[in-house]
Ligand binder design. Structure first.
Ligand code: SF4
Ligand code: SF4
Length: 66
């Protein structure tokens, strides 16, 4: 699984990019995006996903299968 960024909520502050331990987050258009192939949910690095922890607008959410 991985996390993703809700583009409509993201204010492009960049806080999450600096915190991601595997550099999975990069600017994309007017927002930021998470590479699902890189995201490890912070396992082995932190107790909780750091992008979720630092995002001021709760734009980082788990990818859910539909
Ligand atoms: S959950 Fe962790 S590894 Fe995945 S994008 Fe967020 S900060 Fe990066
Ligand atoms: S911390 Fe949240 S608002 Fe800031 S760039 Fe990341 S997803 Fe967007």
């Amino acid at each position: 699984m991985a996390y993703r960024i809700l583009v409509d909520l993201c204010s492009a502050c960049g806080a999450c990019e600096a915190e991601c331990p595997v550099s999975a987050i990069h600017p994309k258009g007017d927002a930021f995006a998470i590479d699902p192939d890189k995201c490890v949910e912070c396992e082995g690095f932190y107790d909780s996903p750091q992008c979720v922890a630092v995002c001021p607008v709760d734009a980082c959410v788990p990818v859910t299968k539909s």
